[in-house]
Ligand binder design. Sequence first.
Ligand SMILES: [Fe+2]
Length: 189
Amino acid sequence: MLGRSPEDRDLTWVRICATLFPIELVKNKTVEDLAARVRPLLDDTAAVAAAVQRAAPDPRDLLDPEQRRGRADGYTQHVLYVEPDRSFSIVGLVWQPGQKTPVHDHVCWCVVAVVQGEEHETLYERRGGRLVPASTTCNGPGSVSACEPPGDIHRVSNAGDEVAISLHVYGADVEARGTSIRRCYEVAR
Ligand SMILES: [Fe+2]
């Protein structure tokens, strides 16, 4: 479509995917307990991260076997919980080997706990008007990280040889938006 940037088209594709593969709200005791731990801490992202680390959820308590296998056509998102006042969401993401996100940022704060496999996160920064990789971390089971916009432009990939699963707490209503992504970015290869 004329007048639309590549980044806008990428984000449109993310939203189309959310429509094609609609999210399903599956509540269970593990996520309900996690929501109860997180609820009083929403104004302190570091405290949310510490609570998620203490909870140390097992992927088998979050997702069923089919969900834990992932899909060959792209990483999958399962919205597990949305707070009744829509102030935060808990989401499970499943990555088969080699799958990755576009370079993107978020509309809200996020806490990420890797519960299976290995996720590589590359952070980007602006230099000379371009986005360039600034750092890459390898996050294995038990690792918990937090990010808050602005300055959260990143890409996540599964560079390992087994399915990776991570639990995400977002300070937004992911069920209503379909995604926590604010914008996707094109970067030089
Ligand atoms: Fe992200």
